[in-house]
Design a protein around this ligand. Structure first.
Ligand code: HEM
Ligand SMILES: [Cu+2]
Length: 535
């Protein structure tokens, strides 16, 4: 088989300058992939340091103030520098134009600007880290965040700037899906990944400005002493919490919806079937994006919020769970009686589905005031959101990386090793976060570096799990880096998948398709004959 396509987006200009000035959505996707992987590493190292500190009650490797700074930086890095851009800006940028038969996104220059806004914001946040970082938690709760002496301002301003990268990325995708679809590609034929990115973009554009505003107000209160959130200056700290969570809960769907899109593509590809009830998956994607805006108060059950307010927010949160359940049932329906191929993207997909279900069901329990007050601010909450952020979204991110790696780089990776690494990651995940549910139920508070001795065995188990996770990530990094140069040549469609993106070369030419593909009229059926999978 011939080496990867000579003329591809990767070989179209080999200088650094050709990358720094590119308008090609694929190169911009790859740049975001490299940048977000770097910050996943940084956030992961912070996590490992936290877990090592929690190996023993009392001091292990750092004091309490350092611990506060470390979990703050871990949360800030993982949420805004890794997870929010990871799937939309990396894979969304690479794939959406390919999936709709377009040559690029609607605003290529604005797309390049989204990289520079991200890099500028990340640099300012990094500067804040080197200044010692903030010790407020990733939630920047007031009045502590407007009074503490740590480097809150650069961290906050960095996140503020990154918000603009998120907004222009969302704007670009909305305009692209509305205006650049190939002839015949009507809305109800759009790939489910594109619907997921479309739903996410709506949240990015509507919610992120609220984050920008609240961070600006915190900076204002810190710098000029305006009394906005600090009761000592006539402010109201609960106003901060309402504004912050009005953004941050929908932001959870900016982190989860794209991963659901990845899963919808993977279950079809590895069961060789069309999605079971395609329309219900589309409607529940839009349902989550919409109802997600009416749930933020479930973070404030312990803030003195009225029981009626909590009841309403609880009910809306349960409604989101119904949309999520529809997706899980549809994915199961797609896998049912499919010709299943056990490949690494599918292993991550199964992990995603189980952890989303388990973590989601715990979320339903949290939306009831009684249970919520018991678990509020305990390790059970930490376990819950890591089940969704790591158990679901990171699994989907790894699934996407393995599924589209051959398309992005024209090379295959060692399939058996990838399957073993996937199993190790899933086992490491369970060992890290299940003990945290038990710790939380026993009363272990979050954000504490110290604890009574009878909690130690569960913390040790959790840290052992985190080490397995780290080891698994290292193995993946090693064989993917090796495969970039020595992996078997992929060919255009190594998985025998049905998506549009697999009709272009691997890696694709800069202009994606030599001839704009026509989307077949009428419902499209997966060919059920057996097709060999990647080496
Ligand atoms: C990959 C493995 C990961 C491990 C082992 C890990 C571990 C931890 C630990 C030990 C804490 C501190 C808990 C406490 O003292 O309250 C923490 C907090 C947190 N983690 Fe992770 N984490 C991981 C991945 C992630 C990812 C992917 C995200 C993505 C969003 C994330 C988001 C957060 C957030 C938001 C907090 C709360 C920080 C705060 O309290 O302000 N983590 N994590
Ligand atoms: Cu929430």
């Amino acid at each position: 088989m011939s080496p990867p396509a000579a003329e591809s987006y990767l070989s179209d200009g080999r200088t650094l300058w050709s990358w720094l000035t590119t308008h090609d959505h694929k190169r911009i996707g790859v740049m975001f992939l490299v940048l977000t992987l770097f910050f996943f590493l940084v956030g992961g190292l912070f996590a490992l340091a936290l877990r090592i500190e929690l190996l023993t009650p009392g001091r292990t490797i750092m004091g309490h103030l350092a611990y506060n700074r470390m979990f703050t930086l871990h949360g800030v890095t993982m949420v805004w520098l890794f997870m929010i851009p990871a799937i939309p800006s990396a894979f969304g940028n690479f794939l959406v134009p390919l999936m709709i038969g377009a040559r690029d996104v609607a605003f290529p220059r604005l797309n390049l600007a989204s990289v520079y806004l991200y890099v500028l914001g990340a640099s300012v946040t990094l500067w804040g880290m080197f200044e010692g970082g903030a010790d407020t938690g990733w939630t920047f709760y007031t009045p502590y965040s407007t009074t503490t002496g740590t480097a809150v301002l650069p961290v906050l301003v960095g996140v503020f700037i990154i918000g603009f990268s998120t907004i222009v990325t969302g704007l670009n995708f909305i305009a692209t899906v509305h205006t650049l679809r190939a002839p015949g590609l009507t809305w109800m034929k759009l790939p489910l990944f594109v619907w997921a990115i479309y739903g996410t973009s709506i949240i990015q554009v509507l919610a992120t400005p609220v984050l920008g505003m609240v961070l600006l107000l915190v900076a204002l209160e810190r710098v000029v002493g305006a009394g906005i959130f600090d009761p000592a200056r006539g402010g109201d700290p609960l106003l901060f919490q309402h504004l912050f969570w009005f953004y941050s809960h929908p932001a959870v769907y900016i982190m989860v919806l794209p991963s659901m899109g990845v899963i919808s593509e993977a279950v079809c590809a590895f069961s060789r079937k069309n999605a079971f009830s395609y329309r219900m998956i589309v409607y529940s994607t839009l349902g989550i994006a919409f109802v997600g805006f009416f749930t933020w108060g479930h973070h404030m059950f312990a803030s003195g919020q009225s029981i009626f307010g909590s009841g309403a927010f609880g009910a809306m949160s349960m409604l989101v769970a119904i949309f999520t359940a529809i997706k899980i049932f549809s994915w199961l329906g797609t896998l049912y009686r499919g010709s299943i191929a056990i490949e690494s993207p599918l292993i991550y997909t199964l992990g995603f589905m189980f952890f989303l279900f388990f973590g989601g069901m715990i979320g339903v329990a949290y939306s009831t005031t009684s249970l919520n007050l018991h678990w509020h601010d305990t390790y059970s909450v930490v376990a819950h959101f890591h089940f969704i952020m790591v158990g679901a979204t990171v699994m989907a991110f790894l699934g996407a990386l393995h599924y589209w790696f051959p398309k992005m780089f024209g090379r295959c990776f060692p399939a058996k090793l990838a399957n073993s690494a996937a199993v190790l990651i899933i086992f490491g995940f369970i060992t890290t976060f299940v003990p945290q549910f038990l710790l939380g139920n026993m009363g272990m508070p979050r954000r504490y570096a110290d604890y009574p001795p009878h909690f130690q065995s569960l913390h040790v188990a959790s840290t052992a799990g985190a080490s397995l996770l780290a080891f698994g990530f290292l193995i993946i990094a090693a064989y993917l880096a090796w495969s970039l140069k020595y992996g078997a040549v992929a060919g255009d469609n190594p998985w025998g998948s049905d998506g549009f993106e697999w009709r272009s070369a691997s890696p694709p030419p800069t202009h994606n398709f030599h001839v704009t593909p026509e989307y077949p009229t009428g419902p499209h059926e997966y060919a059920r004959e057996e097709v060999p999978h990647a080496a």
